[in-house]
Design a protein around this ligand. Structure first.
Ligand code: 3PG
Ligand code: MG
Length: 371
């Protein structure tokens, strides 16, 4: 596969206008509307500074939230514009791309409006590179194009895990739904030495092993698939052996791998936390995506905290997928100890699963891309 065009592959930019697609889809505080975490804005700064250093005017664009193809004040870019103005003065920022149905519809008319007056295009929106939307796949058809520093680094790290991980390679998956992660589970089982599974999705696997799961989350229609995966992977899949539950009297209790009737599993138990930590500690490469329990509730945060701690302590190369697990690592103060915290949730899983993304394909087809 040809490599991605990088910033150095762009023509001279002095006095030119560059359209920068960033992923400024930052979490907003539900009550105040203020930016809760500006990681995604800070992550674009190296690219912005490089472009400005070349003498270019940077015109940035992004989506924010999921407005339905029409202006919606809840998702105005104003807070992002204000923060960006502090971090990178002189950058213009267009209004939320998803206020126009042409963005998600990949409408050529919308693409034409975006590229009008622009001399080059830079994609640094790793978190949105799995979306074949207008601002992601459209501009490289007509403008000299490049991957920004963040996008290039994310791709290098994640494809490195997929293609040449140092072993043992341990992946830790959590989160609520197996069905969301089947593709990535299949792909990871093709490359990892051990796949550790916690979070809500572990109960569908436990059910597939014949355990009782009480009132815990379970996707009944995925039990057969989990049986197949367990059959294929054998002891390379590690599941919890104890569970922290809420019992019918609203008491928190630890039980074994069988969850009693009326109890709901909401975290892995302490014994499982210790087993998971040992597996992680022995790894030379770790990929972690998805919390082990309902970590927003202090009664059920221990499993996720333990895993975050183990990943932080691991001397191997450690990568955390975006979204909830990155938020958990930051909440517990371990994010600095992790080698790469991805800015992409869905995008990092899809890149691990498929080895490519629509946004990367589009860049490789740009007229200035290396052969
Ligand atoms: C994300 O937050 O995962 C990206 O910004 C993509 O957003 P989306 O899932 O709404 O397309
Ligand atoms: Mg390390």
């Amino acid at each position: 596969m040809p490599r991605l065009p990088l910033l150095e592959d762009l023509p001279p930019l002095d006095g030119k206008r560059v359209l920068l697609r960033a992923d400024f889809n930052v979490p907003l505080d539900k009550t105040t509307g203020a930016i809760a975490d500006d990681l995604r804005i800070r992550a674009a700064l190296p690219t912005i500074q490089w472009l400005q250093g070349q003498g270019a005017t940077v015109v940035a664009c992004s989506h924010l939230g999921r407005p339905k193809g029409a202006p919606d004040p809840t998702y105005s870019m104003d807070p992002v514009r204000a923060r960006l103005g502090e971090l990178a003065p002189g950058v213009e920022l267009l209004e939320n791309l998803r206020f126009d149905p042409g963005e998600e519809g990949n409408d050529p008319v919308f693409v034409a409006r975006l590229v009008e007056g622009m001399d080059a295009y830079v994609d640094d929106a790793f978190g949105a590179a799995h979306r074949a939307h207008a601002s992601i796949v459209g501009p490289p058809q007509t403008l000299p194009s490049a991957a920004g520093r963040l996008l290039a680094r994310e791709v290098e790290v994640l494809l490195g895990l997929r293609n040449q991980p140092r072993r043992p390679f341990v992946a830790v998956l959590g989160g609520s739904k197996v069905s969301d992660k089947l593709g990535v589970i299949d792909a990871l089982l093709g490359v990892v030495d051990t796949l550790v599974i916690g979070g809500g999705m572990c109960f569908t696997f436990l059910a597939a092993q014949g355990h009782s799961i009480g009132d815990s989350l379970c996707e009944r229609d995925q039990v057969d698939t989990c049986k197949r995966l367990l059959g294929e992977a054998g002891d390379r899949i590690v599941l919890p052996e104890d569970i922290r539950v809420l019992d019918p009297r609203d008491q928190v209790r630890d039980v074994g791998a069988d969850v009693p009737e009326g109890c709901k599993g909401l975290d892995i138990g302490p014994y499982s936390g210790a087993i998971f930590s040992d597996v992680i500690g022995d790894a030379r490469t770790v990929f972690w995506n998805g919390p082990m329990g309902v970590f927003e509730d202090p009664r059920f945060e221990a499993g996720t905290r333990t895993v975050a701690h183990a990943v932080a302590e691991c001397s191997g190369f450690t990568v955390v997928g975006g979204g909830d697990s990155a938020a958990a690592a930051a909440q517990f103060g371990f994010d600095k100890e992790i080698d790469h915290v991805s800015t992409g949730g869905g995008a990092s899983l899809e890149l691990l699963e498929l080895g490519d993304l629509p946004g990367l394909e589009a860049l490789r087809k740009a007229s200035n891309a290396p052969e």
